[in-house]
Design a protein around this ligand. Structure first.
Ligand code: ADP
Length: 450
């Protein structure tokens, strides 16, 4: 059963129950209501007539008297019980004793009547009785008519509720059909660029906007997954091809021992490169799927950076300078070994992408500061910089700005920054780059304090 049908049926059922309850309630209280209504009307008409009754020159003036008003018949009797004015059919049955201010009920030919008498006197002690007679059946007829009108209109009301609910539900749920179709297309891999673009301000619109954002993320993830697979095969294909070519050449009888030695050296170099790629990829994948858990502890980042810099100072050349601007102590909750990887990677890049001038001294400066929310690590170099069009791509896996730059280092694989970014994200931090070609580059890392 569709949702719109369920909503329509539910509303119809609910309305039927409510209307049914109202009718039952009306029926149960109608007797009491009719009686008290009849009584109220009878008293009100009689009292009105009492106010309107006048004596002119010793005679009663009945001009302002309403003898039939609001289902109440009025009769005027003399104080000794003779009917003076007014008429009602079967009048002989209504000639019961007159009782001032009393409400009595009688049954005439199976119909219930309420009687109310009131004694009115003029100043000369001339007095008459005003008798009001109201038929309970007349009132109950009115209520009955109302009851039947409600009973007849009830099915119409229920049908309108059902149809109305169905159409409103149909209209509201219409975008869901679009969402289902688009999601099906995407799940079948037909077209990842499809979007819902549903306009409006209701919950369905919010849902579709969330879906559109999810589809966009899926598309990006799918494209980068494709790119990643093709990059991995591309990166591994070259060394594999070199190794195979060397093997083929040197398996020939004509190959000399010297050729074989050189070939083995080449094979060793290529195998090492493959090993590095595989290790780096494994590290990334371990971080990706959480196999490598991050073990956060309270670490003095000043000390951590000093230690990493000391290690690098041992291996850097005379033309390289590693400077630090560190506070005495600055503690943060981080994974010690992962942050060492980040800092080392950025220092290595700072020196690798330096200017090639003979008299140029390449400098890498590390600084550590804090503000209210974050701890900020910056790594600045005075190297070749990164052209603006490459800035937002350098964190992609296997992305290298250009080959001539990456030939500076045999370890260049385009995986370092990707790993750095992933580690920082695992710490809920951010990493950004500020770079000017031929001036230098600054990597800015922020790590949240909490
Ligand atoms: P790689 O192994 O190639 O260094 P990375 O992911 O570390 O891979 O860097 C990606 C690319 O970003 C590099 O190929 C390089 O061109 C550029 N790059 C990274 N760091 C710097 C830097 N400090 N100065 C200039 N270019 C840089």
């Amino acid at each position: 059963m569709t949702i719109k049908l369920k909503i329509a049926l539910y509303n119809t059922f609910l309305v039927s129950i409510i209307v049914g309850c109202v009718l039952v309630f009306m029926m149960s209280i109608s007797g009491t209501v009719i009686e008290s209504n009849t009584k109220n009307q009878l008293l009100s008409v009689v009292h009105d007539n009492v106010d309107e009754l006048e004596w002119k020159n010793g005679n009663i003036d009945t001009d302002d008297i309403d003898f039939y008003e609001n289902h109440v018949t009025t009769l005027i009797y003399s104080d000794d019980g003779y009917l003076l004015y007014g008429y009602i059919s079967n009048i002989e049955n209504f000639n019961t004793p007159l009782l001032h201010g009393e409400l009595t009920s009688i049954n005439v030919n199976g119909v219930d009547y309420l009687l109310y008498d009131y004694l009115v006197s003029d100043r000369k002690s001339d007095s008459v009785y005003i008798r009001g007679i109201a038929s309970v059946a007349e009132m109950s007829d009115m209520v009955e008519n109302l009851f039947f009108a409600t009973l007849i209109s009830m099915p119409l009301f229920i049908i309108f509720t059902g149809l109305g609910s169905y159409f409103i539900a149909k209209k509201s749920l219409k975008p869901l059909v679009k969402i289902i179709n688009t999601a099906q297309d995407i799940s079948h891999g037909d077209d990842l660029s499809k979007r819902l673009n549903i306009s409006g301000k209701d919950e369905i619109h919010q849902l579709s906007t969330t879906f559109d954002q999810m589809f966009a993320k899926l598309e990006t993830a799918f494209i980068s997954e494709k790119q990643f697979s093709s990059d991995v095969s591309h990166e591994l294909r070259t060394p594999t091809a070199v190794i195979l070519a060397e093997c083929e050449c040197n398996l020939l009888d004509s190959s000399t021992p010297q050729d074989k030695k050189e070939a083995l050296q080449t094979i060793q170099r290529q195998a090492k490169k493959m090993q590095q790629i595989i290790t780096a990829l494994l590290n990334l994948i371990r971080l990706d799927n959480g196999v490598q858990k991050i073990a956060k502890e309270n670490v003095d980042l000043s000390e951590l950076i000093s230690v990493v810099c000391e290690e690098h100072n041992i291996i850097i050349s005379e033309k390289q300078q590693l400077l630090t601007q560190l506070p005495h102590q600055l503690f943060a909750n981080v994974d010690y070994s992962l942050i060492i990887r980040v800092v080392s990677n950025l220092i290595e890049n700072g020196f690798n992408y330096n200017k090639q001038d003979v008299d140029h001294t390449s400098q890498v400066t590390l600084s550590l500061t804090e503000n209210q929310e974050n701890i900020i690590i910056t790594v600045t170099d005075n190297g070749i910089g990164i052209p603006p069009e490459h800035i937002d791509k350098i964190f992609r896996r296997f992305y290298q700005v250009d080959q001539s730059r990456t030939d500076r280092t045999t370890q260049s694989m385009g995986l370092g920054l990707s790993m750095v970014q992933q580690i920082i994200h695992l710490h809920n931090g951010t990493i950004t780059v500020d770079s000017t070609v031929n001036i230098g580059t600054t990597f800015i890392i922020t790590l949240p304090k909490n």
